[in-house]
Ligand binder design. Structure first.
Ligand code: NAD
Length: 371
């Protein structure tokens, strides 16, 4: 047994969770002392933003439905002009990671508080991580100012999320929890949340796949997304998130799908280096080998299996491998220029959509089997 030693920073956001919780919005904005909220959304969620604005009544200064995936710097500049023009004192982000990402970029400059109303499972609402894309490169950073002050999880707003997006978005969530379990500075509270998060998502995916309007299944998915988002917000990530950052950022692949495709392969790569975390992940999934369990959870519910299916070109895999090893970062199994060939092999497996088998990566003898 090893001695516990950790730092736990707490979970500073206020979370209001439950079907119909959007009706508490006015009260929540009021308790922040805000009187001039600007409601942000993507163009295709403008109707939701208008509804949110109506609910706020005189506390809303309007809707700005111009959020764009990956937060291009120009979109931030335009949004900041709108914030100044209408004298907003609070940002209301109704949508997924793209909308919350725009709110964060505005908050970084203006210091305005954010109320997030997430409608996907990506988890951005629980983190102080921001990303802004400039000249085709996504610059990310951490700043306490961008952490939403209040998060309203209303399951009713997720019912319209298409099944295919729901499954990959839930895989995006579960990836935070999986990497959180072998994080360099993990702690027991966050590890508990990670295990619960994986369990909730593993329960939710098959059920919402069968019936996307099953509020119970959606509620489990959202509960899991909250837990997994909190893991992302509290402990550092590793190889999987690095791979997804490179593939999404440099090759413009869709965010949630990339997470879904890459996760089994990143876990297979790390499985020998983090055996007890791998066992926790497998137990939470109810399988014997975590990488194959993740692969099955995604592909049995309609998610794409390979990078080849989501727009990656095989000829770009070499460059992707170079980028992944070009800067050092923490991972349970070291990743640097010396591991370039292994990373290239991992990417080939992810490209082809091969189901990781326990033997393929030399998983601990005796564990055997697959999912
Ligand atoms: P998204 O926000 O881009 O949403 C995808 C599309 O689905 C959008 O057009 C959106 O309007 C629509 N949509 C969202 N919810 C819907 C619903 N309930 N019904 C119908 N349509 C809906 O996707 P995402 O996966 O949530 O976010 C991805 C972005 O978030 C990426 O840029 C990623 O880097 C970022 N992200 C950041 C963090 C962080 O901590 N900073 C964490 C996770 C993701």
């Amino acid at each position: 047994m090893h001695e516990h030693r950790f730092v736990f920073g707490g979970l500073p956001s206020r979370v209001v969770f439950g079907a119909g919780s959007l009706q508490d919005l006015g009260q929540e904005v009021e308790s922040l002392g805000a009187t001039r909220a600007l409601v942000l959304a993507t163009p295709n969620q403008e109707a939701l933003a208008q509804d949110v604005s109506l609910r706020l009544g005189s506390r809303s200064v309007g809707v700005y439905a111009q959020a764009i995936m990956h937060v291009p710097i120009d979109s931030v500049t335009r949004a900041l002009e709108e914030v100044r023009r209408c004298g907003a004192d609070c940002l209301l982000a109704a949508g997924g990671g793209s909308t919350i990402g725009l709110a964060k970029a505005i908050a970084l400059e203006s210091g305005l508080p954010i109320v997030a109303i997430p409608t996907t499972y990506a988890g951005s609402e629980m983190t102080s991580i921001y990303g802004i894309t400039e000249a085709a490169r996504k610059r990310t950073g951490k700043d306490a100012r961008v952490l939403p002050r209040t998060v309203i999880y209303d399951v009713n707003l997720t019912l319209s999320l298409p099944v295919s997006v729901s499954v990959t978005s839930a895989m995006n969530a579960v990836a935070h929890a999986a990497e959180g379990l072998y994080a360099q500075h993990s702690n027991p509270v966050i590890s508990m949340m990670a295990e619960q998060g994986i369990e909730a998502i593993a329960r939710a995916i098959p059920a919402l796949y069968r019936d996307p309007l099953d509020v119970g299944a959606r509620s489990f998915a959202q509960y899991g997304a909250w837990l997994c988002g909190a893991v992302l917000g509290n402990v550092g990530m590793a190889l999987h998130h690095k791979l997804c950052h490179v593939l999404g950022g440099s090759f413009n692949l869709p965010h949630a799908e990339v997470h879904s495709v890459v996760l089994p392969h990143a876990l297979a790569f790390n499985s020998n280096a983090a055996p007890s975390s791998m066992e926790q992940i497998a137990d939470s999934l109810g399988v014997s080998y975590a990488p194959a369990g993740m692969f099955d959870m995604a592909t049995r519910h309609g998610a794409p299996s390979g990078l080849k299916d989501i727009g990656m070109r095989e000829s770009d895999l070499d460059l992707a491998a170079d980028l992944v090893v070009s800067q050092p970062y923490w991972n349970p199994r070291p990743v640097g220029v010396g591991q370039r060939d292994e990373i290239r092999t991992l990417l080939q497996h992810a490209f082809n959509g091969v189901r990781p088998e326990a033997m393929a990566e030399g998983f601990a003898p005796g564990r055997g089997g697959s999912a």
